[in-house]
Design a protein around this ligand. Structure first.
Ligand code: PLP
Length: 355
């Protein structure tokens, strides 16, 4: 029996998300998934694994709400921000009828989730300086329920102009939700637009513990919006999205003390990033290092595929962006430890002597 003939047409046609783990590699310097380079230590305090967890663990919700400066009712916690991307579609988009907008080059999961659910994508490329093409978005709003934008943007590292997000919110009023993915916002927290929620009932913000909080393995993310939006997501989310150990560790990670520790890590990492960019700029293979508001840098190289492969051979695993719209020759490099950054610089320095 050919199982494939049973598969939904859109899933047959689907290219799954090429996660860093799926691509693989054999290395000791992993700078391809924008993870924080060192692991925090936690112990479980809850051993009641015979019981189902709280659907929305109260300690996690109240602590994150306080940290983010919103009301607990404006928050829903899920299995990473990735689940939140999909929950919004499940709550708001009719399959085979409604559309989402996303703006490449950007994060790949908006497209993959939409395609999995049979929701059409209107793909509106960013402008040459990686900002929103507002006139093109405005022309394409028919049947659009969700507009996904990312700031700081993955993989380019830049932030969107706040005036453009305001203009987008104005054109989407009474038509669509504007979803601003702030997965990396802690690395430039002054750029968060979370306090705009009071003015915009159709603004949605995505956050995660995977990046600055150093907990990618925990799978814990947040959607922040006004209560009517959150109520819809509460209807479609799985009954017990967070395992007991996940809620346990997430609430510990959100203690005052651990938030302070995270903020210190961010300061150090940003400092490390500045040094790394200065070193990259001395490498002749480097054509351009783009400004970054996150924990990675996008770098345009001469002979980028050679650079990517040679470092891969040496066990330094970076993220090739060559195939993304308008990113020919570009590689994204996560900011690692000092030793990991040094390993990249040394490998590049050696390579430029041989080619
Ligand atoms: C990493 C990332 C996510 C996913 O976060 P998880 O909470 O780990 O699912 C979402 N959006 C962007 C832009 C990301 O880079």
């Amino acid at each position: 029996m050919d199982i494939n003939q049973l598969v939904r047409k859109n899933v047959q046609a689907l290219t799954p998300y090429q996660s860093a783990r799926r691509i693989g590699g054999n290395g000791d310097v992993w700078l391809n998934a924008n993870e924080y380079p060192t692991a925090p230590y936690f112990e479980l305090t809850q051993q009641t694994l015979n019981r189902y967890p709280e659907p929305q663990p109260e300690a996690v919700i109240t602590r994150y709400a306080e940290y983010a400066g919103v009301k607990p009712e404006q928050l829903i916690v899920s299995r990473g921000a990735d689940e939140a991307i999909e929950l919004l579609m499940r709550g708001f988009c009719e399959p085979n009828q409604d559309s989402i907008i996303y703006c490449p080059p950007t994060y790949g999961m908006y497209q993959v989730s939409a395609q999995t659910l049979g929701i059409a994508c209107k793909v509106i490329a960013q402008t040459a300086d990686w900002q929103l093409d507002l006139p093109a978005i405005e022309c394409n709003l028919d049947n659009v329920k969700l507009i996904y934008v990312c700031s700081p943007n993955n993989p380019t590292g830049n932030k969107l102009n706040p005036e453009d997000i305001k203009a987008l919110l104005a054109m989407a009023e009474n038509r669509a939700l504007v979803v601003v993915d702030e997965a990396y916002i802690e690395f430039s927290i002054e750029n968060s637009i979370i306090n705009w929620l009071t003015d915009y009932p159709h603004l949605v913000i995505l956050r995660t513990l995977s990046k600055a909080f150093s907990l990618a393995g925990l799978r814990c993310g947040f959607t922040i919006a006004n209560k009517p939006v959150i109520d819809v997501l509460q209807k479609v989310i799985a009954p017990y999205p967070l395992a007991v150990p996940v809620a346990d560790i997430a609430s510990q990670a959100l203690s005052k003390e651990n938030i302070k520790a995270m903020q210190l890590h961010v300061l150090n990492l940003n400092h490390q990033k500045d040094k790394f960019i200065a070193e990259l700029n001395k490498i002749s293979l480097v054509e351009q290092v783009y400004p970054s508001y996150a924990n990675y840098v996008l770098v345009k190289f001469k002979q980028s595929s050679t650079v990517f492969q040679q470092l891969w051979q040496k066990g330094i695993i970076l993220r090739d962006q060559n195939k993304q719209l308008s990113l020919a020759g570009c590689i994204r490099i996560t900011i690692g430890t000092q030793a990991e950054c040094d390993a990249v610089i040394n490998a590049l320095d050696n390579l430029q002597k041989t080619i």
